[in-house]
Design a protein around this ligand. Structure first.
Ligand SMILES: [Zn+2]
Ligand SMILES: [Zn+2]
Length: 163
């Protein structure tokens, strides 16, 4: 059973009761460009029995990794998301999450929160020069002489030789 699945029968039996959930859990929360490092995050959550159901609040943290959108070099950064979600027996679609058989599944709300926090266009640095579209060199590391049509002056020299 998923580590993100929590039995809340004890909490539901006692109004005002609280429980904590801490530790590293695996999660599949990749966006198009990046994903949590090792596909895992650190949870620090409190589960609390309130009038309407169970409120889960706290933080999800870790790091993300991916490839720079411009130069494709590996890039990583911090991940830190604040979570506050209500689980109830009669869940309202798009607003709250269900309590099913005295248990809640944290995976969906946590995955959504993580994916929203991940950068959609990760960059190794804000002024990354990217790859040359003509010759493919990493322009952060190398200067190429491509300028467009007559990309490389050496080819001009060859053209002259052919004449
Ligand atoms: Zn880059
Ligand atoms: Zn080039």
């Amino acid at each position: 059973m998923s580590e993100l699945y929590a039995d809340v029968a004890d909490l539901l039996a006692r109004p005002g009761a609280r429980a904590t959930r801490r530790g590293r859990v695996p999660i599949d929360a990749s966006s198009a460009a990046v994903r949590p490092t090792d596909d895992a995050v650190e949870l620090d959550l409190t589960l609390e029995h309130v009038t309407d159901g169970i409120v889960v609040h706290g933080t999800v943290s870790g790091t993300w990794q991916g490839a720079c959108s411009r130069c494709l070099e590996p890039v990583s950064g911090p991940l830190s998301v604040t979570v506050r979600e209500l689980f109830e027996k009669e869940a309202v679609e798009g607003e709250t999450f269900p309590i099913t058989d005295d248990a809640i599944d944290l995976e969906l709300p946590l995955r959504d929160a993580i994916v929203l926090d991940l950068p959609t266009v990760p960059l190794c640095r804000s002024d990354c020069a990217g790859l040359c579209p003509s010759c493919g060199v990493n322009r952060n590391e190398e200067q190429c002489t491509c300028t467009g049509e007559h990309a490389d002056p050496r080819w001009d020299a060859l053209d002259e030789l052919r004449l």
